[in-house]
Design a protein around this ligand. Structure first.
Ligand SMILES: [Zn+2]
Length: 426
């Protein structure tokens, strides 16, 4: 099937056709992210399509898939007034039906899942392998189940609480839970091993253009609503894929020419005490500062926004977080647990809907930047609430929790026996 874009390597500049799976440039050189180059240069939402497929000319989508939702962008009188920012806009990626936010699993990760699946040929039969701290797992499990795409989810047990759905998952989705002192990095390591086997393939995380351009639709939704690019963009990050993605989407909008010529400053944030990207950026380094893995693990257990616990974020890689912060003249910010939780309470009191702790981190850093004079009060600011409405969804529906198909103890991860057990699930 012909595609409406090509892949471009950000290191060597070569262009090639996409097969739906490609994650890396075939040429030998230091690692870099591939980007999609869409033939359409003009931002033109497709009004006849549902959810994010409204933006399909800038998505690597071969076909539309079912059960797609969307984000919504709006202004909050109360939050603008308290922060003293009259031109503040909020993009809400979550579950808030009356407002128009219709993501069933209540986070922006669902946008990634739609886009990744629609990039694949409908005829593919291999098993998609996804490692996740929780939200990505819920998103892919839901969307794969709805569309009957074979999928293996590997998740630390702590993230299972996020895996609850309106109905039981289709058996094409298998969930492996990692027990004991395990975290996201263990899930990634185990997923890497499985995806090298025949019949399985890695979803690829930030390397998958489907993932990034799926999240990038949040910027497209915002600009469609606002009519212009924001001056500042606030978001909390674990891997930073969201920051990279909106930067890439903003580049396309600048290229269009009708929405402003300046790239939004990326104001990205992490949750203290686990702040590897913040530390590297503040030390003016392109490399992450090496932290003992066990120390990192302990820190990730201490943060309230556990989805921000990526120990190997794509920071140094060409086209990664360091580059987008530099290009956008952005900054890294940080908030501790109490500030993040205070911010989530403030949002709920203002708007009547719950938001995730990660979104609380972003809002807390925005509040601090506004109150310490770091922002021009007239600036156009976009806050991305990356997850919200989870409690509202729980109140509205009787949800079915997921029972893992297999449990692996910390000591079993990476062993031959573990691999055999996982393969045996399919
Ligand atoms: Zn290359």
């Amino acid at each position: 099937m012909p595609r409406h874009y090509q892949l471009k390597c950000q290191v060597c500049g070569s262009r090639f056709d996409d097969d739906g799976f490609t994650l890396e440039c075939p040429h030998e050189h230091p690692p870099g992210l591939l980007a999609a180059e869409y033939f359409a240069r003009e931002f033109k939402p497709d009004l006849a399509s549902k959810g994010i497929f409204r933006y399909q000319s800038w998505l690597p989508a071969l076909h539309e898939i079912g059960s797609v939702g969307s984000t919504v962008t709006f202004q909050s009188k109360q939050i603008s007034r308290v922060l003293g920012l009259p031109n503040l806009w909020i993009t809400f990626s979550g579950y808030w039906l009356e407002k128009g936010a219709t993501l069933e699993t209540a986070t922006f990760k669902e946008l990634e899942a739609y886009s990744v699946l629609s990039r694949l040929s409908p005829e593919h039969r291999e098993v998609l392998v996804v490692a996740s701290a929780g939200n990505t797992a819920a998103a892919f499990a839901h969307v794969c189940s709805q569309n009957q795409v074979p999928c293996l989810i590997i998740i630390p047990a702590r993230g299972l609480a996020r895996m609850e759905f309106l109905e039981a998952l289709h058996p094409c989705v298998r969930v492996v839970s990692l027990t004991g002192l395990t975290d996201y990095s263990d899930a990634i390591a185990q997923a890497d091993e499985v995806s090298r086997l025949d019949g399985f393939f890695a979803e690829g995380g930030v390397k998958n253009i489907g993932r990034r351009d799926g999240i990038g639709t949040t910027m497209l939704n915002a600009v469609e609503t606002m009519g212009q690019l924001p001056d500042y963009y606030f978001q909390a990050i674990g891997s930073g894929a969201g920051g990279i993605a909106v930067h890439e989407a903003a580049k396309r909008l600048v290229d269009d020419g009708r929405f402003g010529q300046k790239m939004p400053h990326l104001m990205l944030s992490q949750n203290l005490p686990f702040v590897p990207i913040y530390q590297a950026w503040k030390s003016q380094r392109r490399e992450l500062i090496k932290v003992n893995r066990d120390v990192g693990k302990k820190q990730t257990q201490q943060i309230v926004a556990e989805v921000l616990s990526n120990q190997r974020p794509p920071y140094s890689i060409k086209g990664g977080v360091f580059d987008v912060l530099m290009e956008s003249q952005g900054n890294m910010l940080a908030a501790d647990n109490s500030k993040a939780l205070y911010a989530t309470d403030f949002f709920q009191a203002s708007e009547g809907v719950d938001i995730d702790p990660a979104a609380g981190v972003a809002l807390a850093t925005l509040k601090e930047a506004a109150s310490t004079g770091q922002l021009d009060p007239e600036a156009v600011i976009l806050l991305h609430v990356t997850g919200g409405g989870r409690n509202r969804r729980r109140l509205n529906h009787k949800l079915v929790p997921v029972k893992p198909t297999l449990e692996l103890d910390a000591g079993e991860i990476g062993t031959k026996k573990a691999l055999e057990k996982i393969v045996g699930l399919f």
